[in-house]
Design a protein around this ligand. Structure first.
Ligand code: ATP
Ligand code: MG
Length: 215
C-alpha cells in the first residue's frame, strides 16, 4: 500500500516540507534541483509527485494521488468534485482581488451598470463573484501576467491573487475589492481515505496538530 502525495514546486513545496517533516516524511530529492517528477521519501511507502499547482486537484480526484496540497484559488476553480478537504494548512496565504488601473473609478462603473471587461486566470471564481454582485462582465481568460491586460486595453479590470501588492503597484494598478482570503488546503481522495485510512489518518492528525500549534 503506497501513499502518493501531489505537490507543486515553489512556495507550496517550501511551506509543506516542514509539515511533512513533522509527520516524519523527508523527500530524498529536492524538487527545485531534481528533474524527477516522482520523489521517493525516507518512508518506503510514501512518495511525492510534483505537478502544476492547478493540476493537483485533478490528480487527487482521479486517485492518481491519494492526497495533495492546493490553494483555495485552485480548488474553487476546480470545483472540488471527489475531494475531501479536511484541513486548512494556513500556508501560501494571499487574497483574491479585483484590481483596476489607478484612476479608474470602479465603484462608479459598477453603479452605472457598465459592462466590465475582466481578464483573469480564475474565470469560474470571477464569474461567480460578479454574478453574486449583479455586475455584468465579459470574462477574458488568460494564463498569466494578468496585470498587463488593463495596461494595453485588453480589459478594464483583472481578478488575481495579491499578497504584498508590489506587482500591482509596479504596474500602476490598485486593488478595489476582495473576493476571498486564500490559503492552501489538504485534499484527500475520498476512496483512498476509506481504503488507506490507517496510513493516511495519522498524517492528517499530525498536520492538524502542527497547524494548530502555529496559530
Ligand atoms: P504556475 O506558476 O505553475 O503557473 P501558480 O502560479 O498557480 O502556477 P504558484 O505560484 O506556485 O503556482 O502558486 C501556488 C499557490 O500558491 C497558488 O495556487 C496560491 O494558492 C498561492 N499563491 C500564489 N501567489 C501567491 C502569493 N503571492 N503569495 C502567497 N501565496 C500565493
Ligand atoms: Mg505563480
Amino acid at each position: 500500500m503506497t501513499i502518493t502525495i501531489a505537490l507543486s514546486k515553489g512556495r507550496i513545496f517550501e511551506e509543506t516540507a516542514p509539515l511533512l517533516a513533522a509527520a516524519g516524511i523527508i523527500p530524498l530529492d529536492d524538487p527545485e534541483k531534481s528533474r524527477k517528477l516522482i520523489l521517493d521519501t525516507n518512508q518506503p511507502d510514501i512518495r511525492l509527485i510534483i505537478v502544476r499547482a492547478s493540476d493537483v486537484p485533478t490528480y487527487v480526484q482521479y486517485g492518481a494521488a491519494d492526497m495533495g496540497i492546493a490553494g483555495k484559488d485552485v480548488l474553487d476553480e476546480h470545483g472540488g468534485v471527489g475531494l475531501y478537504q479536511p484541513l486548512d494548512l494556513q500556508i501560501a496565504r494571499c487574497r483574491m482581488m479585483v484590481a483596476v488601473p489607478n484612476g479608474f473609478d470602479y465603484q462608479a462603473a459598477v453603479q452605472r451598470g457598465a459592462r466590465l471587461r475582466v481578464a483573469t486566470k480564475y474565470v469560474e471564481t470571477a464569474r461567480e463573484h460578479f454574478a453574486r454582485k449583479g455586475v455584468h462582465v465579459n470574462l477574458i481568460k488568460l494564463y498569466g501576467s494578468m496585470e498587463l491586460a488593463p495596461l494595453v486595453g485588453l480589459a478594464d479590470a483583472i481578478v488575481d491573487l495579491v499578497s504584498s501588492g508590489g506587482t500591482l503597484k509596479a504596474n500602476n494598478l490598485v486593488a478595489v475589492e476582495e473576493i476571498a482570503q486564500i490559503s492552501s488546503r489538504l485534499v484527500v481522495n475520498q476512496a483512498a481515505l476509506k481504503l488507506k485510512r490507517e496510513r493516511i489518518q495519522p498524517i492528517l492528525d499530525i498536520f492538524e496538530k502542527t497547524v494548530a500549534a502555529r496559530s
